[in-house]
Design a protein around this ligand. Structure first.
Ligand code: NAP
Length: 304
């Protein structure tokens, strides 16, 4: 059991690291609890980020490292561990980790982020199914692949894979993309990319290793041979550790909070993709981190 922190930030993505930068400037005694003890978050896997103001075209890895470096330079302590359960006590919180450690803090910011959602079709557990093109794409160099999903993640994955693979087929379940139109335009003009609209994957085929995807399009069944399938069908919040706190989460597990980050649990603030909110981007995550840390510092002043 550690000493009591003023603030424990759960998650070291853009929201959590921005909260850390603000907490350092507010001179709080704080730490960031992060799964890999490194930080950077989901954005670190993005090939290119074109909508973060001031840094057009920066890679996700570079942007994640910039956040991490700035937080560390300001004295941020990054603890390695997975938050497994959070208990509200009279004067603060105890956070227990899956690794058996326990941390106490007067205030907690939940910046737990989101992880790729599964598709829920047969064959999804096969070798050759991936949720991250930047991480796994090189395994499929020279081989045909399928990408599922027309959000920013699916389009970026398809663009990345188009540089490595002879044929990339992107499956879109309706007519339009959710992704940024400029990137969709680039994808549409990429020679070795085929976009199949109104096409739903039904099963991932193969014995142990992926050999294809069974699809249905307007009632017509089809089959696309491929060596790898990249799923990019949205995300789900990583908020299981908060399930014991009544009234905090919505039915999908997103944290209900005000723009200030304040939640129904006094002393618990939320930031980033794990919040219920209309737009999940790095820009909105960093804004959330700033708001939550400022609210947390103000809350601590009322408890003096
Ligand atoms: P997303 O924007 O929710 O897009 C998910 C895509 O998957 C949509 O095309 C959706 O179709 C499709 N889909 C969902 N369930 C499906 C199913 N069962 N079968 C087939 N298709 C299905 O998710 P995302 O691309 O992971 O992005 C999540 C958030 O991160 C977004 O806010 C995004 O902007 C952000 N992000 C940003 C960047 C960047 O800025 N560089 C990169 C990656 C992600 P429908 O449209 O029909 O629902």
């Amino acid at each position: 059991m550690s000493d009591v922190y003023d603030l424990l930030i759960l998650g070291g993505g853009p929201a959590g690291l921005t909260a850390a930068i603000y907490a350092a400037r507010a001179r709080l005694r704080f730490a960031v609890l992060e799964l890999d003890g490194w930080g950077g978050g989901q954005i670190s896997a993005a090939l290119q980020v074109n909508n973060y103001p001031g840094l057009p075209g920066i890679t996700g890895a570079e942007l994640g490292e910039c956040f991490r470096r700035q937080a560390l330079d300001l004295g941020t302590e990054i603890l390695c561990g997975e938050a497994a359960a959070i208990t509200k006590e009279k004067s603060g919180f105890t956070v227990e980790t899956s690794e058996g450690e326990s941390f106490r803090a007067k205030v907690v910011i939940a910046a737990l982020g989101a992880s790729p959602a599964p598709l829920g079709i047969p064959g999804e557990d096969k070798a050759g199914v991936s949720y991250c093109a930047v991480c796994d794409g090189s395994f499929y160099a020279g081989k045909p692949v399928v990408v599922v999903g027309g959000g920013d993640a699916g389009v970026e994955d398809a663009l990345y894979l188009a540089n490595l693979c002879p044929r990339v087929t992107l499956l879109l379940r309706r007519e339009v993309f959710r992704a940024a139109p400029s990137r969709v335009k680039l994808l549409e003009s990429t020679e070795n990319v085929t976009i199949l609209r109104h096409t739903q994957p039904m099963e991932i085929l193969g014995e142990d290793q992926v050999t294809g995807v069974r699809t249905v399009s307007g009632g017509v069944r089809g089959e696309i041979p491929c060596a790898g399938v990249f799923l990019a069908v949205g995300t789900r919040p990583q908020t299981d550790c908060l399930r014991g706190l009544p009234g905090l989460l919505d039915e999908e597990g997103y944290i209900l909070s005000e723009e200030s980050g304040r939640t129904v649990v006094p002393g618990l603030f939320a930031a980033g993709d794990a919040r219920r909110k209309p737009l999940r981007q790095v820009t909105t995550a960093v804004a959330d981190g700033a708001n939550a840390a400022t609210s947390a510092a103000a809350y601590l002043l009322t408890k003096r």
